[in-house]
Design a protein around this ligand. Structure first.
Ligand SMILES: Nc1ncnc2c1ncn2[C@@H]1O[C@H](COP(=O)(O)OP(=O)(O)OP(=O)(O)O)[C@@H](O)[C@H]1O
Ligand SMILES: [Mg+2]
Length: 267
């Protein structure tokens, strides 16, 4: 497998009150084509910043960000993003929300609609094409956001706690749906969460970040294979040990972050 996304020694900072705030420090990571990688780490360590940098919203001070071997210089439809909030246009139907981007880019409505309908079927929203966002539950809105993100056939999906606001049952259904869609499409996915069990179900590989300035402090390759059953995965060989190890690392970094919190300010 070839590297699809590469961060090489990325250091990134933002303007602060007195000095610049270093958010990422010497972060190197890579995702293989079609890989599903989950990023865990304490609040404020720079997870969203990594996604924003790969999306091309934020530039690095030092280091390089490459996608398919090319430096990332700005946003591109080949790199899709899904956020915690579905961010749907309230005045557009489900179908028009899903097709909005491609239509703005010049795609004909009929072609966009037929592809969107296929995606809406895949995410279980057949029959809701003409509903308005306010007529949908939170989970259904997030399904619309998934269909919208996948419609332009992105090479990469950057997902920032997309199921963080959902109840536990809906969340599990969304996790199953996401894994199934990923297996069908082969999209490269970088997914941020605070939920270790979610990470264990979804990922090929987990990266753990340190407290800010964020850097990658641990990497765990999951041995569970492609066929995963959300109800029985916890009984898989190695599951408990890996879960304990990852929880421990994440909690240790969260403690470091909260200790540093008192001294937070510009670094
Ligand atoms: N555009 C920006 N301008 C200034 N500071 C920013 C900007 N974006 C992020 N930051 C700062 O960078 C740090 C990391 O933020 P980021 O959103 O990447 O954290 P995170 O790991 O995603 O946290 P959470 O788990 O809470 O979502 C924070 O201290 C935040 O205030
Ligand atoms: Mg974040």
């Amino acid at each position: 497998m070839t590297d699809h996304i590469r961060l090489e020694h990325v250091t990134l900072d933002f303007p602060g009150k007195h000095q610049r705030l270093t958010v990422l420090e010497d972060v190197s990571l890579s995702l293989a084509q079609g890989e599903f990688v989950v990023l865990l780490g304490p609040s404020g360590c720079g997870k969203s910043t990594i996604l924003n940098a790969i999306a091309g919203f934020t530039g690095a001070r030092q280091g390089r960000i490459l996608c398919a071997g090319q430096p990332v210089s700005g946003p591109h439809p080949s790199r899709g993003m899904v956020f915690q909030q579905p961010n749907l246009f309230p005045w557009l139907s489900v179908l028009d929300n899903v097709t909005f981007g491609p239509r703005m880019a010049g795609k004909k409505r009929a072609a966009a609609n037929s592809e969107a309908n296929a995606w809406l079927r895949r995410v279980g929203l057949e029959g809701f094409e003409h509903h308005a966002p306010w007529q949908l539950s939170g989970g259904m809105k997030q399904r619309v956001a998934l269909a919208r993100a996948w419609l332009p056939d992105p090479d990469v999906l950057l997902m920032d706690e997309p199921f963080g606001a959902l109840d536990a049952q809906t969340r599990m259904m969304m996790q199953e749906l996401l894994r199934a869609a990923w297996r069908q499409t082969g999209t490269t996915i970088l997914f941020v969460t605070h939920d270790v069990e979610e990470a264990l179900f979804l990922a090929d590989r987990i990266l753990v970040m340190s407290a800010r300035p964020g850097t990658i402090v641990d990497e765990v390759v999951l041995p569970f294979g492609p066929e995963r059953d959300i109800e029985t995965l916890a009984q898989a060989a190695g599951y408990s040990d890996i879960k304990q190890h990852v929880l421990h690392r994440v909690r240790a970094e969260a403690r470091r972050a909260s200790q540093a919190g008192g001294k937070e300010g510009d670094k």
